[in-house]
Design a protein around this ligand. Structure first.
Ligand code: SAH
Length: 459
């Protein structure tokens, strides 16, 4: 083996990988270099060597890339949250666009010419900061025994104390400082994951961007919060505070929230709007974290679906019915399918709240519900929208979609590799790509969202 762990290598970074890591060669041997940017020449420490490539971590920038910018957050390298903060936002968008295009060619088997025809320019944000409406801060104890709130260092569970995440809302800091002051004053211990002792595990903060409403939920390893009235008084004084609660989680698990929510003050839920639709959000609800870009993404899905008013539309992997409700006003009937029962309760509730009567929701796996409704009940589809998790659509789901032969399939994806794989199946089944567009839902990270319109090939 040419290189060993802890070797120092000098590398010029020529490309960036799917996770935002720099790619370059040392003496012809390729390395993935964490924190190095395209255009940099860096000194890096080798962390792992495989047969044909290796991993390294940047130690020093020797010659900076012209795309390097001063990162806003001093913890951007240690924290697992942002991978691209040191890259100019313009270049981040270019990187994401290229990543999507390349994957569609490499995995989807599309020609560069097809991509050139269907792909519209990536939808970016005005500012790539402070876009998240939700944050879950882990709580721990520092060397001096003081409670701290922050984020996990990449791939670990050690907490970097930082109450002012650059992706979150400015209110996070004020709220966390209140919680930490309360913990200090009333000797409320932070949870210790290893020992299973202590009380406060996480603080969940959510903000409705359209309404300004704020929600705080402490996740605790116990059934009660001592001196809760003191905490409540301080939190209730934060402008726009709407909901203060705690969630009981006494399990030794990586799952953050417990099942039970105990309301301490205010309302159980906060409200938010995307487009004209109002959503009611509980601490446990799934809700898109970047509402500004979500509206643009759903707007594109609606534009691609191009409904005339009487279509039957399926929204598979519908979550709390966001896309279903967004499309219902222009459709004849919408059917949503979602595997998490509570999300379906939220979806029905949100439909009623908005006076939408032509949307029905089914609990179950898309790959089971869709075939059943199609074969047993003969329900058809003019348009099918899918928005699956990273692993993409199940093969049985795709097979049923192809049997149903809707005019259009709108594929919303948070992982372009599985998107490309699934589009290939749809193409083989008689569909062709017509329009595609990437949306930057998660600036400063390597993630990118896509929406693709597939049309039935007319025979
Ligand atoms: N369209 C929604 C949610 C998308 S996230 C929105 O934009 O808000 C993907 C959703 O798919 C999650 O809610 C997840 O619970 C759900 N899911 C995961 N696997 C599923 C399956 N096999 N069948 C149906 N839903 C599934």
């Amino acid at each position: 083996m040419k290189y060993e762990k802890n070797d120092i290598v000098v590398i010029r970074i020529e490309d960036m990988g799917t996770g935002g890591e720099g790619i370059g060669k040392a003496d012809g041997f390729p390395f993935f270099v964490k924190d190095a940017l395209i255009g940099d020449t860096v000194e890096a420490r080798v962390t792992k060597v495989k047969q044909n490539y290796g991993y390294a971590r940047m130690e020093k920038v020797i010659a900076p890339s012209s795309f390097r910018v001063e990162p806003v957050c001093p913890f951007h390298r240690q924290c697992g949250g942002c991978q691209l903060q040191a890259l100019s936002y313009e270049k981040q968008l270019e990187y994401k666009q290229k990543k999507v295009n390349d994957v569609l060619v490499r995995i989807g088997g599309f020609s560069g010419e097809t991509i050139g025809r269907i792909m519209e320019p990536i939808v970016g944000m005005e500012s790539g900061f402070h876009y998240r409406n939700k944050a879950q801060f882990p709580i721990g104890t520092d060397k001096n025994g003081n409670p701290v709130a922050g984020f996990y260092a990449g791939r670990t569970h050690s907490i970097i104390a930082n109450t002012d995440c650059a992706l979150g809302v400015p209110e996070n800091r004020q709220i966390l400082e209140i919680v930490l002051a309360y913990m200090r004053e009333y000797h409320v211990p932070a949870y210790d994951e290893k020992a299973g002792t202590g009380l406060v595990r996480h603080v969940l903060i959510r903000k409705g961007f359209a309404t300004g409403e704020l929600m705080v939920c402490l996740v605790i390893n116990g059934k009660k919060l001592p001196a809760a009235e003191r905490l409540i008084a301080a939190l209730a004084a934060v402008p726009n505070m709407t909901s203060v609660s705690y969630s009981v989680n006494e399990k030794n698990t990586n799952v953050i929230m417990g099942g039970q929510i105990v309301l301490l003050w205010g309302k159980e839920r906060i409200a938010d709007r995307i487009g004209d639709i109002t959503f009611s959000i509980s601490p446990l609800s799934f809700y898109q974290v970047n509402p500004v870009q979500t509206e643009k993404l759903y707007g594109l899905a609606a534009e691609f679906a191009d409904l005339k008013g009487n279509e039957t539309v399926w929204d598979l992997y519908c979550g709390i019915g966001t896309i279903s409700l967004f499309l219902a006003g222009k459709a004849g009937q919408v059917y949503g399918v979602e595997v998490v029962p509570q999300a379906v309760v939220d979806a029905r509730d949100n439909a009623a709240r908005n006076g939408i009567e032509n949307a029905s929701f089914f609990v179950g796996k898309a790959e089971e519900v869709l075939p059943e409704k199609y074969r047993r009940e003969g329900i058809t589809a003019d348009v099918i929208v899918v928005d699956p998790p990273r692993k993409g659509c199940d093969a049985r789901c795709l097979a049923t979609m192809l049997q149903m032969r809707p005019e259009k399939i709108v594929y919303v994806s948070c992982d372009c590799a599985t998107l490309a794989r699934d589009l290939k199946v749809l193409c083989a089944g008689g569909y062709e790509p017509e329009r595609a567009r990437a949306v930057d839902m998660f600036p400063m990270t390597g993630h990118v969202e896509c929406v693709v319109l597939m049309s039935k090939v007319q025979k």
